[in-house]
Design a binder for this molecule. Structure first.
Ligand SMILES: [Zn+2]
Length: 150
């Protein structure tokens, strides 16, 4: 469980124009500590484990990177396309710097897709932060479950 003070310090860096132009909170008006608590509850309810989800997102990213920017079919289940925007992003919790890549992951059967970055994986694994509602990189727990098939 991460402490509230740490979330409060990171919160300012999540606003638009600090680390990224659009920020990490979307139109979500909740405090970061509340977003994290709600998503931890959703993970428990859905039987998801942060470390396992992070490892699966990384595995699919690594396989997708073999396409060098072209979409790759993985395990007959997903289409994965990776892009590299060049440049780096600091974690709002100030414990690391990540490549500004993006991974587009789409389930072949349902067509449902997720978009994520190395920083999203880190935020999920280390801080249990899936970004605010309305953020372009928000990872909704139920969508993670459906798309990853966990
Ligand atoms: Zn961090």
């Amino acid at each position: 469980m991460k402490d509230t003070i740490q979330h409060k310090e990171a919160e300012a860096r999540m606003l638009p124009g600090s680390i990224t132009a659009q920020g990490f909170l979307g139109e979500d008006s909740r405090r970061v500590a509340e977003i994290v608590e709600a998503d931890e509850g959703e993970f428990r309810r859905l039987g998801l484990v942060f470390e396992i989800v992070a490892a699966e997102l990384e595995r699919l990213r690594d396989l997708g990177e073999r396409g060098l920017g072209e979409p790759v079919t993985v395990d007959g289940t997903w289409l994965v396309q990776t892009g590299d925007a060049r440049g780096k992003l600091a974690c709002p919790y100030e414990d690391g710097i990540y490549h500004k890549n993006s991974v587009w992951l789409k389930r072949v059967d349902s067509g449902e897709a997720l978009v994520y970055t190395d920083l999203s994986i880190h935020l999920l694994r280390e801080h249990h932060f899936l970004q605010g509602r309305g953020s372009g990189f928000r990872l909704e727990p139920a969508a993670l479950k459906r798309v990853l098939g966990l």
